[in-house]
Design a protein around this ligand. Structure first.
Ligand code: MCA
Ligand code: AMP
Length: 506
């Protein structure tokens, strides 16, 4: 099967509508297509295709990122978007794990990429599209070729690279175009990180592949977002994680009355505002209703599956605290611990269908474990059905998976990183329920002899920030003499969380 992703891109390529705009300028679809081909030429450097080789993309949000991403796809490569928030050592680890031979980097991130660049061909994002068009025709890609490698944290230490195919990207975008009625005259305001599926697949590619326009902000900034809603060329669509809604309301509450009225008028004009990546608290949904007239459209997704369930586009059918119904091609079941189907749950949510990923790069064991017989993907989420068939999520099957501000974090990965500090004898990382972050990441540490000072919050956080992305660094560190353990010596994390919430540990 030829790639439905490339076919779809080619079908919209001649349009002179605006495809993408950022703080530097705008590109039409025709200009974007032209740039993506020039990027393809630079990436392949005279070869017909990249033949499935990985390209690490460390580029700040904007049109340059999109051209590099599409150029990689057209070149037959695998795009590996990396976060500007990763410290140098972590970037190098991702480059190694993804076996990326090429790095595209924007000037502002060059220094950070020094370690990642070692031994790799480095291309400057700003000039990637300045060269000639490629001499040869496009080498066709297949639907099951991998287009994208996205790293996601699991219950094992290091993140795993989820292989997402051309067909997956195209299908996920098509399903959302249908479900959310995406149109060519939509303008999406985009402020999500691009190294995860929410920002890249669910938002950016849904908008691009629908032939709509996307305005990419350099980063999320609550005041700027409100100003954009109420600006001279207002967006029709907005997608966010719950923490962004929380931060939007913090800015709203801090603004004067006239500003609030202007912002609210702008937000009311949005055709669609979605929330996902973590549970949207009902109070936040209701605050959005008070300002705009309807609750955000909440949907459930995962790196490995794209969006699985969505509330309906019609606000009257949305239900706060629920994630809606499976999309057209998504099959779901709720199962008990033995894998037997339950009528309503609660139980683990399993899904299957054409938007589900191909597996984890180089981790056959983890891939096998992720699927149950029959091709069912085990989400690790606990769900139940309401009487009307609305899916409701109740939490995760593992205490070691946390969601902070929409980022999935592995407690074990953070613990491993902290244990490399000689001052740390034992550590347990837990997620404590938090209004802003969903899970607030807290490290409870037993210092090694003489290590107490280095285990205090500030020095330990500063040490960790040099090694792991800032959003993985525990927001709080609590020093204790011993961790609560069960008879088998395993740390009892629910007890740690309870004690923190009860104020018994500080
Ligand atoms: C920033 N900080 C965080 C987080 N983000 N700490 C914990 N968790 C976070 N998520 C820290 C910074 O390191 C800094 O710490 C301080 O908070 C303020 O940083 P700032 O840059 O001002 O924060 P922000 O820009 O307001 O960031 C909040 C954010 C961001 C915009 C909500 O976290 C974000 O973009 N989250 C989106 C994550 C996402 O896209 N997930 C999708 C996964 P310090 O003060 O110590 O320096 S894909 C997925 O889940 C599936 C597919 C799905 O369904 O969508
Ligand atoms: P990630 O691995 O970063 O793609 O995160 C996927 C996880 O985010 C899912 O397995 C859920 O735990 C969580 N998630 C996504 N959307 C929602 C939602 N609307 N409500 C609750 N949890 C969600």
């Amino acid at each position: 099967m030829t790639s439905p992703l490339v076919e779809r891109l080619a079908a919209i390529a001649l349009s002179d509508r605006i495809a993408v705009e950022d703080d530097r300028g705008r590109l039409t679809f025709a200009e974007l297509w032209d740039r993506a081909h020039r990027a393809r030429a630079a990436l392949t450097a005279g070869a017909p295709s990249l033949e499935g080789r990985s390209v690490a993309i460390l580029v700040s949000p904007g049109a340059c990122f999109l051209a590099a991403f599409l150029g990689t796809i057209l070149a037959g490569g695998v795009a590996v978007p990396l976060s500007p928030l990763y410290p140098p050592g972590e970037l190098a680890w991702f480059g190694e794990d993804a076996q990326a031979g090429i790095v595209v980097v924007s000037d502002d991130l060059r220094e950070r990429a020094a370690q990642l660049a070692e031994g790799r061909r480095v291309l400057r994002a700003e000039t990637l599209c300045d060269g000639p068009l490629p001499p040869g025709d496009l080498v066709p890609s297949e639907g099951d070729d991998v287009a994208l490698l996205l790293y996601t944290s699991g219950t094992t230490g290091k993140p795993k690279g989820a292989m997402i195919t051309h067909a997956n990207v195209a299908m996920q975008a098509l399903l959302l175009r249908e479900a959310w009625g995406w149109r060519e005259d939509d303008l999406l305001l985009h402020a999500l990180p691009l190294h995860h599926l929410h920002g890249l697949g669910i938002s950016l590619m849904t908008s691009v592949l629908a032939g709509g326009s996307t305005r990419m902000l350099p980063k999320f900034d609550a005041r700027r977002v409100w100003d954009e809603f109420s600006g001279p060329r207002p967006p029709s669509a907005w997608m966010a994680v719950p923490t962004m809604y929380q931060k939007l309301f913090e800015a709203f509450d801090a603004a004067d009355e006239a500003t609030r009225a202007r912002w609210a008028e702008g937000a009311k004009r949005l055709r669609i505002a979605t929330s996902g990546s973590a549970a949207l608290p009902v109070t936040l949904a209701e605050r959005w209703r008070a300002v705009t007239g309807s609750i955000p459209l909440e949907r459930f997704g995962m790196t490995e599956i794209g969006v699985g369930m969505s509330n309906p586009l019609d606000p009257a059918g949305r239900r706060a605290g629920h994630v809606g119904f499976p999309l057209r091609t998504v099959e779901m079941r709720i199962v008990d611990e033995a894998g037997s189907e339950l009528e309503k749950g609660p139980g683990e949510l399993w899904v299957r269908g054409p938007s589900i990923f191909q597996g984890y790069l180089g981790r056959e064991e983890a891939t096998r474990a992720a699927f149950a017989p029959g091709g069912w993907f085990r989400t690790g989420d606990v769900a139940e059905l309401s009487a009307e068939g609305h899916v409701r999520l109740l939490g995760r099957t593992s205490v070691d998976i946390l969601k902070s501000g929409g980022y999935k974090l592995s407690a074990l990965e953070i613990e491993e990183a902290l244990r490399e500090n000689a001052a740390v004898a034992e550590v347990a990382v837990v997620g404590v329920p938090d209004e802003t972050w969903g899970d607030r990441v807290v490290a409870v540490v037993v210092p090694a002899p003489g290590g107490a000072a280095a285990c205090a919050s500030e020095p330990l956080r500063a040490w960790a920030k040099e090694r792991i992305a800032a959003y993985k660094v525990p927001r709080e560190v609590i020093v204790v003499e011993a961790l609560p353990r069960n008879a088998l010596g395993k740390v009892v994390k629910p007890e740690v969380v309870r004690a923190i919430r009860a104020g018994e540990l500080r």
